[in-house]
Ligand binder design. Structure first.
Ligand code: FAD
Length: 504
């Protein structure tokens, strides 16, 4: 296609958001769009963001990325869920595993049968009925192929990977497909006098980069959307009180677990992300309740392997931009908002922003209706994810710690976001969870976290009573037995990683 017929997109920033956007657009929007990415090595990237959720596989598949090559090049591992340690109580542990709880029987979600079975002494903990949780507890993984029509569900999985290697991997991919990369610091902007649209970025060495559409991937700075376009930040820190993280890598720990660990702390929580060559560690905390020195000491003092670098502190504020798309500027990644990585949702939000952007690519000037629809969809999505993350804090069982006591109190004081308050009340009363539109977390996800943290419904669905007790027991035993058998056949996670990626 002649360059004169191409429309131009400039991506400002080359972190995970920038290179994911560039890679996806190079695959989906080229040759009609000419894609340029500007980044500054001096400024660098946030350098964290290593745990994902299963939808990331769809992103890689859309790009045609080979899984084994991707894992080798990013030193990645498989992820089946998250272990929450010390959230439901000081010595409590549960796993939020990806995928279904149990399997279907009639029209009801499985947990109604489990609730009845549990009350009647026929069932153990819910985790015994979640395939991914069973595999996590056994520290095993392998791809499962089910015969078509199998009554058993597939085993969804995601990845842990090295964030900088992932960005580098995507950069090679994008550049090979024609994305132009410009090294430089953005120092100014040109606007179209008539429309107010952005017309160009100005770089420190005098270059002027013109475009029709601008994607702001500049990270927390939100250079284009926040600073230049003046779109305000909607602050959620009254619900999500953590505002800092200390991060430090350590040597690989054994065994190589197939899950992220999230370990509650007196004023926050620590993550452990197992990669092939190292473990990523971090402590997310509330600086009103704990000093940075103490947070760092708690993190560094409990590493599972030799410390590999100096600890680094990252400051943030939970929230989102009031709009994600303003005029001809769309924000993707941290420039559009931030929810702490408790459920590893930021990279997913990048992915869905890109997919929405592709859906809404303008064929001429940007239309208000398109922009408004984009903003509505993005707002709904991030607010529901926010609620899911708040749930973990509110439903805590850490009595006697001021940070956690105050978070539990939010529900009693009626201070929760309305949709979350209603969801908790409905679940307590009837065991029901209603998934609205295509919100990210599904019924099994909400149920695992609520039950995992001690939110128990008073009743189950009346139709669960229609199964005879012996049949119910048989059903529950069959499901548990099938998952035990699945997992018994799998190799250890470390063996499988070594088999697929070569020994590291
Ligand atoms: P950045 O990585 O900050 O990139 C910004 C880019 O903009 C850089 O290339 C920078 O050089 C460039 N830039 C900025 N200013 C200029 C300028 N003036 N001129 C030129 N270039 C400029 N997400 C997950 O999904 N899972 C996780 O486990 C997870 N953990 C996290 C832990 C923490 C503590 C934090 C803070 C975030 C975490 N995230 C996680 C979020 C994840 O890190 C980000 O979503 C992801 O890295 C994308 O960042 P970004 O590309 O938007 O920003």
């Amino acid at each position: 296609m002649p360059a004169s017929h191409q429309r131009r997109i400039v991506i400002a920033g080359g972190g995970t958001a920038g290179w994911m956007t560039a890679a996806a657009l190079s695959r989906l929007a080229s040759p009609h769009w000419q894609i340029t990415l500007v980044e500054s090595e001096d400024i660098g990237t946030v350098g964290v963001g290593e745990a994902t959720i299963p939808m990331v596989r769809l992103f890689n598949q859309t790009l045609g990325i080979d899984e084994a090559q991707f894992l080798r090049e990013t030193h990645g591992t498989w992820k089946l869920g998250i272990a929450f340690e010390g959230w439901g109580g000081f010595d409590d542990r549960y796993i939020h595993g990806f995928g279904l709880t149990g399997r279907s029987l009639g029209v009801l979600p499985f947990h109604h049968y489990w609730l009845r079975g549990r009350a009647q002494g026929l069932a153990g903990p819910l985790g015994e009925f979640v395939l991914n949780a069973v595999a996590c507890d056994s520290n095993k993984f392998a791809h499962i192929d089910r015969p078509q029509g199998s009554a058993l569900p597939p085993m969804p999985y995601a990845y842990h990977f090295d964030a900088s290697l992932y960005a580098a991997f995507l950069r090679r991919y994008a550049e090979a497909r024609g994305v132009r990369r410009i090294e430089g610091r953005i120092v100014g902007f040109d606007r179209d006098a008539a429309s107010g649209d952005l017309s160009a970025l100005r770089l420190d060495r005098g270059e002027v980069i013109e475009a029709d559409l601008f994607v702001d991937c500049s990270g927390f700075r939100s250079l284009l959307l926040g600073q230049e376009m003046g779109v305000e930040y909607v602050d959620w820190s009254h619900w999500l009180k953590c505002d800092r993280a200390v991060a430090v890598p350590c040597a690989r720990a054994e065994p190589l677990v197939p899950y992220t660990r999230s370990i509650a702390q007196p004023a926050g929580w620590c993550w452990r992300i197992p990669l092939q060559h190292r473990t990523g560690n971090g402590h997310v905390f509330c600086s009103d309740m704990m000093s940075e020195d103490e947070a760092t000491a708690r993190l560094v003092g409990r590493l599972d392997g030799e410390q590999l670098a100096d600890p680094r502190t990252i400051r943030f504020k939970a929230g989102r931009r009031a709009k994600f798309w303003e005029r001809n500027v769309v924000a993707v990644g941290l420039s559009s908002g931030f929810i702490e990585p408790l459920e590893s949702t930021s990279i997913h939000l990048i992915q869905t922003a890109i997919s929405r952007l592709v859906d809404f690519l303008p064929n001429g000037p940007v239309q208000d209706a398109d922009r408004d629809a984009y903003n509505r969809l993005a707002t709904f999505e991030i607010e529901r994810i926010r609620d899911f993350v708040i749930l973990h804090y509110v439903a805590n069982g850490r009595y006697g710690e001021p940070f956690w006591d105050s978070l539990r109190q939010m529900e009693a004081d009626g201070q929760l976001p309305e949709a979350l308050g209603e969801r908790l009340a409905m679940f307590r009363a009837s065991g029901r969870v209603v998934r609205e539109h295509d919100e990210l977390f599904d019924v099994p996800g909400w149920v695992q976290v609520m039950i995992g943290q001690g939110v128990m419904p008073e009743r189950w669905h009346p139709l669960a009573d229609q199964v005879a007790p012996a049949s119910l027991k048989g059903f529950l035993d069959t499901v548990r037995g099938a998952y035990e058998k699945d997992v018994a056949r799998m190799p250890s996670h470390a063996e499988y990683v070594a088999h697929v990626c070569g020994q590291v």
